[in-house]
Design a protein around this ligand. Structure first.
Ligand code: UD1
Ligand code: CA
Length: 454
């Protein structure tokens, strides 16, 4: 293990996520509102993990049960109830902070764009100057209601003053507090008790530790960063702004990994989507959830994919794919809909207005034109004629259809399930198949019956 890793392993992140988020005007806790398809607090957890944090501690309060249920057991939780300010939030996590850790980094659950690079710069500044407290500051175009950074005549940071408590001269300062802090663990643990409640509402301000450190003569270090990285989300307009910034970041990452996005502005890729090199994504395409796409595919335009696995060299035009698996060299669309449990083997061709649900199509099988396949198991090289329908639902239960390899299903065939069609069989156009069909047999008519001299 090298030195850097030793240091990294001793970081404990505390993520503040107990606040109500009144301005979201939502029944849902603020930190569970999604950005690029995942709850915003997840980004803070990911960045904590990527700087090698010990198990992050998430401070929850408002909507605590919902947050726990959504985020699960990969983090520790500290409960803050009632919520008496950012200092109180960290105080609530104090007993869970590993005293053997070197550094404590405080992140906000509602500040999802902060990057690991910036946190590493903060930690480096902190360690190099042997600071007790360090923080990320920035200079926004509009400093608005952020806490103002106060420096002495030697440019040392001596205080962070809340806007509400700032004098007009202080309000005119442009450098503000992002809320993201780094502390020496033992210093933090021995100073949290010294925060005193504000008269009136009784809140404890974490920012007071800055002046406390400065008064003791301890070093307060800082790292600066771009305004966009520390955008805190308080309302739905900021949520949309963060969504746009995150989307740009995700799209850029894919492009740098070798994916062509014809029009990044209309390409919506969720945080966890994986795409192979030399795939081209055409405009107005939405890739959601746990979707993985292989190499050399052409996806879109106008395609929506959720939670699906797409192999290499697939083409999907103007279609919707949800909970499906496509092997290599599958082509589809325009205007088809793959639903949960659709499994398309190598080289399957899906044309227009095809719907597939809970069905497996064997290699090379074709379903070219308006047709529905549900609860079916279909062999290789089957031709599904235009208008074919598996009548899989009797009003109460779903039933299975099986079709053997090399079979030709004629146009407008109704397959009344449960039913089995053998290999290399044929159904005539317009057949209503109510009974099983043997290998090699041709059936036709309503209800379908064999034609032996075919
Ligand atoms: C805080 C800072 C301010 C800084 C700004 C940056 C303080 C006193 N002020 O102000 O200097 O410029 O962030 O965005 O720290 N939270 C809890 N429990 C609480 C209160 C808050 O968990 O009791 C969490 C919130 O969920 C949120 C974060 O802490 O994620 C920040 O709280 P918020 O009330 O938004 O702080 P600001 O007033 O914006
Ligand atoms: Ca805030």
């Amino acid at each position: 293990m090298n030195n850097e890793q030793v240091t990294m392993n001793k970081v404990q992140c505390v993520i503040l996520a107990a606040g109500q988020g009144t301005r979201m005007k939502s029944a849902r806790p603020k930190v569970l509102h999604e950005i690029a398809g995942q709850p915003m607090v997840r980004y803070a957890i990911e960045v904590a993990n990527s700087i090698g944090s010990l198990r992050p501690i998430v401070v929850i309060g408002h909507g605590a049960d919902d947050v726990k249920q959504t985020i699960g057991e990969s983090v520790d939780y500290a409960l803050q109830s009632p919520q008496l300010g950012t200092g109180h939030a960290v105080l609530c996590a104090r007993d869970q902070i590993d005293p053997a850790s070197e550094l404590v980094v405080v992140l906000y659950g509602d500040t999802p764009l902060i990057t690991a690079d910036t946190l590493r710069r903060l930690i480096a500044a902190h360690v190099q100057s042997a600071a007790a407290v360090s923080l990320i500051t920035f200079q926004p175009a509009d400093p608005a209601l952020y806490g103002r950074i106060i420096r002495d005549d030697q440019q040392r940071i001596v205080d962070s003053v809340e806007y509400t408590e700032a004098t007009p001269e202080q309000r005119a300062l442009r450098e503000v507090n992002s809320g993201i802090f780094c502390y020496k663990t033992d210093w933090l643990l021995s100073h949290l008790d010294r925060l005193t409640p504000r008269p009136g509402h009784g809140e404890l301000y974490l920012t007071d530790l800055v002046s406390l450190a400065a008064r003791e003569g301890a070093v307060v270090a800082h790292a600066d960063c771009d305004e966009n990285e520390v955008l805190g989300i308080n309302d739905r307009a900021q949520l949309a702004q963060a969504e746009r910034l995150m989307r740009e970041r995700i799209n850029t990452r894919h492009m740098l990994n070798g994916v062509t996005l014809i029009d990044p502005a209309t390409t919506y890729i969720a945080a966890r989507v994986v795409i192979g090199a030399d795939t081209v994504v055409y405009p107005n395409t939405h890739l959601h959830g746990k979707t993985a796409i292989g190499r050399e595919c052409a996806i879109g335009p106008n395609t929506i994919i959720h939670d699906s696995t797409i192999g290499n060299a697939c083409e999907i035009v103007a279609s919707m794919v949800e909970g499906a698996v496509l092997e290599d060299h599958v082509d589809m669309g325009p205007f088809s809909h793959m639903r949960k449990g659709a499994y398309l083997s190598e080289g399957v061709h899906i044309g227009n207005f095809a719907e597939v649900k809970d069905s497996r199509l064997g290699p090379g099988t074709k379903q070219g034109h308006f047709s529905y396949l549900g609860n079916a198991n279909i062999g290789a090289d089957v031709n599904i004629g235009a208008g074919t329908i598996t009548c899989n639902y009797d009003g109460v239960k779903k039933h299975k259809t099986e079709i053997g390899e090399g079979t030709f299903i004629g146009s407008d065939t109704m397959l009344v399930a449960p039913v089995k069609i053998g290999a290399h069989a044929k159904t005539g156009a317009g057949s209503v198949v109510t009974r099983d069909v043997a290998d090699g047999e041709l059936v036709y008519g309503v209800p379908a019956r064999p034609k032996h001299n075919a």
